[in-house]
Design a protein around this ligand. Structure first.
Ligand code: ATP
Ligand code: MG
Length: 720
């Protein structure tokens, strides 16, 4: 018996071992989270190499994210002789790139073709729209790109436009998608749609290429197959048609990419010679698993299955309710510190959230507490482009000599003050030994773009003298055109981040007991968050979205911001109704099943940036059986009522209407003339209402008028 076969017998259970040794034909492993699917897949790779003597060049092993692929390569490396694995352990797009480097010459592209990312796609789209005279008011960049994508999905665009012998006429360039493609071809660049489409095209049209790859890839394995889309399946089926050895692994309960075209049904209906079902979970304690089973059992559209574990009971799952977001974050960090006192290390903690804007709150708390953290698959909040842009505006308003801030935003959004202008301005500033902004101010000609910018900054400086920082920021976002720019791009993530920043300034102000917060002081205070150096080699807390966490596991998991509208995400439910709710629930199942030793579910009261409503605890918390977790913190009954209202929306009426109704009820609790109370500024009278930004103008006893969100106000006759 080979050593490796002994290892299989000792490390795996009998069904996993069967999956490993069933190497021929079409085999499927279908099983819940943490049952050792990925483990079986990596052992199978090593078995093919170590025991059957298959050359790794003949094995294709596909996973979903780059992170998962690199983890899998590491796992495999420990089991096979060094050098006995290669880059055919990759994502499907990664494979397409390797395939195309070799084959794309058939379509007249050089093998050094470039790949364009999302940002490049947007700038291409903008160029097309400008040339074709399509106004942003008619069509957003996102809509334009959506059109290009669906064109590429339906049309035989490779035949019509992308082959070397295509002759371009002016008439062809009138079509938006063709115009876009023409620009692409000029630079021999492919976008992500093309990678898979080209691969499929070559496999269909060039028999020798198809036969070569079919002959080459004797064994194909696919992890997370429930999230493959139609193009993925076509590529996989074509490649495996030669040897017919296809091993697919997945969990329909973890299908979380239907919004991006994943087809979990193809995994469920996969034509197979053998099916292997695993039901023992090795990852999590029974209390965590109970919660997971309880959550997912609420989905109607699923094949029922329950997982069990033989791990010892472990800690109870905790739900924490905070009176404010700050309380929620402080509680989380306190738990981390307690765990560290009993030996846990920071890198054993993962903080998971639904949307990336949510990282801001926990990042600030971790920074305050000097706990190092890393964001996986994303950027730290204060390093995000749109946040840096907002702060650069504030910095320039506060200090005209801040050249860095000036350079950053003078042409954001584009206002004809581009590179050329900046170069000549720098030259002039050098001669006159002035700051960039000062020089601009001195030389701006009436009616020029420079004069427009100067007017914006000067007016803002004036406004800043008497206004709250949050109002200033709100105004700058509007008047500079920043907000409009992101709105036109339909860049929801960036808009949410900006809203979150604004909200955090308001929070900051409401916590200050002094008089108005001064701009310079605010900028100094947040410099703590913006100028962080952090060492890459120290063990760090991991922060990531639930989507990023797929397939991974961590000893201690905090799922944060569990409020209605955030998780489940309001937009998903609005757009996809019941199916959307079920996909969100699967996402919750993925989140919960990442935890090995302990699970913390947290949420808090306050204002929800993305729904612009009060926060209510997530419906998912109400769906877990009461005896399966303990709650810390008191949840007032009216909050649960809020949750139930939100849940019923699904069955009763159009989402939009009821969300809007809730929102307006919430947004207009006061009218001009009402007397209200603020926790810091005391009693005041409403003198104006701004429906669009949902704030009220309140005149206080100190004679000052402040713009405040309704949520920070209460009727004066109510006791605190
Ligand atoms: P997911 O659905 O989240 O992708 P999975 O089914 O791929 O999960 P794995 O990541 O392969 O699960 O395994 C989960 C954990 O259980 C890992 O830590 C793995 O090492 C461990 N494990 C898997 N099988 C066994 C086994 N037979 N004996 C002991 N531990 C195991
Ligand atoms: Mg896995």
């Amino acid at each position: 018996m080979f050593d490796f076969e002994k290892r299989i017998a000792s490390d795996l259970n009998s069904r996993q071992a069967e999956a490993v040794t069933s190497t021929e034909g079409r085999v499927r492993v279908i099983a819940g989270a943490g049952t050792g699917k990925t483990k079986a897949l990596t052992y199978r790779y090593a078995y093919l190499v170590n025991v059957l003597g298959i050359d790794p060049a003949n094995i294709l092993c596909l996973t979903f994210t780059n992170k998962a692929a690199s983890e899998m390569r590491q796992r495999i490396a420990t089991m096979v002789h060094s050098g006995d694995y290669n880059d055919f352990v990759c994502t499907i797009d990664g494979f397409c790139v390797k395939f195309l480097r070799k084959e794309i010459h058939r379509l007249g592209f050089p093998k050094t073709f470039s790949i364009i990312d999302e940002e490049d796609r947007k700038s291409l789209a903008k160029q097309c729209m400008e040339e074709l005279g399509i106004k942003r008011t008619e069509k957003t960049v996102k809509e334009f790109l959506g059109q290009v994508s669906s064109f590429k999905a339906l049309d035989a665009y490779i035949d019509t436009y992308m082959l070397p012998d295509v002759v371009w006429s002016d008439g062809m360039l009138v079509s938006p998608a063709a115009n876009y493609i023409h620009r692409q071809i000029k630079n021999y660049s492919l976008d992500f749609d093309d990678l898979e489409n080209f691969t499929n095209y070559i496999l269909d049209h060039f028999q020798d290429a198809r036969e070569y790859w079919q002959g080459q890839l004797n064994y194909i394995m696919v992890d997370e197959a429930q999230d493959c889309n139609t193009d993925n399946w076509q590529i996989i089926e074509k490649l495996s048609a030669g040897h017919r050895n296809l091993f697919v692994v997945g969990d329909p309960d973890q299908a979380i990419y239907e919004w991006r075209g994943a087809k979990p049904d193809r995994f469920v209906q996969f034509a197979r010679d053998k099916d292997i079902i695993l039901d023992e979970n090795y990852r999590s304690t029974p209390s965590i698993l109970n919660v997971a089973n309880s959550v997912i059992s609420k989905n109607l559209n699923r094949i029922p299955k329950d997982l069990f574990t033989r791990r010892p009971e472990g800690r109870a799952v905790i739900h924490y309710h905070g009176k404010s977001e700050v309380e929620e974050m402080e509680w989380i960090v306190r738990q981390m510190k307690l765990l560290m006192e009993s030996g846990a290390r920071p890198n054993e903690f993962a903080v998971l959230y639904r949307a990336s804007f949510q990282s801001r709150a926990i990042e600030q708390e971790l920074l305050n507490s000097r706990l190092p953290y890393t964001i996986w698959g994303g950027t730290r909040f204060f390093e995000r482009k749109e946040i840096k842009d907002c702060l650069a505006y504030l910095r320039l308003i506060s200090d005209s000599g801040d050249d860095l801030a000036f350079e950053r935003i003078v042409n954001v959004p584009a206002r004809k003050l581009g590179k050329k202008y900046l170069e000549s301005l720098k030259e002039l500033a050098r001669e006159e030994r002035g700051s960039l902004y000062g020089t601009m101010l001195a030389h701006a000609e009436e009616g020029s773009p420079a004069a427009g910018f100067v007017a914006l900054i000067e007016e803002s400086k004036e406004y800043a003298r008497k206004a709250l920082v949050s109002d200033l920021l709100d105004r700058v976002l509007d008047r500079s055109g920043l907000k409009r720019m992101y709105r036109e791009d339909q860049d929801e993530d960036r808009l949410e981040n900006i809203e979150e920043l604004l909200q955090s300034v308001r929070l900051y102000e409401s916590q200050r007991s002094e008089d108005d917060v001064d701009l310079a002081e605010y900028l100094q205070d947040i410099a703590l968050y913006t100028n962080q150096d952090y060492r890459k080699d120290t063990p760090t807390v991991k922060l990531m979205t639930v989507h990023q966490a797929k397939g991974l596991e961590f000893p201690y998991v905090f799922v944060i911001g569990l409020s209605e509208g955030i998780f489940p995400n309001m937009r998903t439910i609005r757009e996809y109704k019941k199916n959307g709710e079920e996909e969100e629930r699967r996402l919750m199942y993925v989140a919960v099943t990442r935890a090995e030793k302990a699970l913390f579910l947290t949420e808090s009261e306050g204002f929800n940036v993305s729904t612009r409503m009060n926060k209510y605890p997530s419906r998912f918390l109400t769906e877990i059986q009461r005896n399966m977790f303990v709650t810390e913190g008191y949840v007032p009954e009216d909050l649960w009522r809020g949750t139930r209202n939100m849940m019923h929306v699904l069955d009763e009426e159009s989402f939009h209407e009821s969300f809007e109704r809730e929102r307006s009820e919430y947004m207009e609790p006061f009218k001009v003339g009402d007397v209200v109370c603020h926790s810091i500024f005391g009693e005041g009278k409403i003198v104006g209402a701004n429906k669009e930004s949902t704030t009220f103008e309140v005149r206080f006893a100190d004679g000052k008028t402040r713009h405040l969100r309704a949520i920070f106000l209460r009727p004066a006759d109510l006791p605190e």
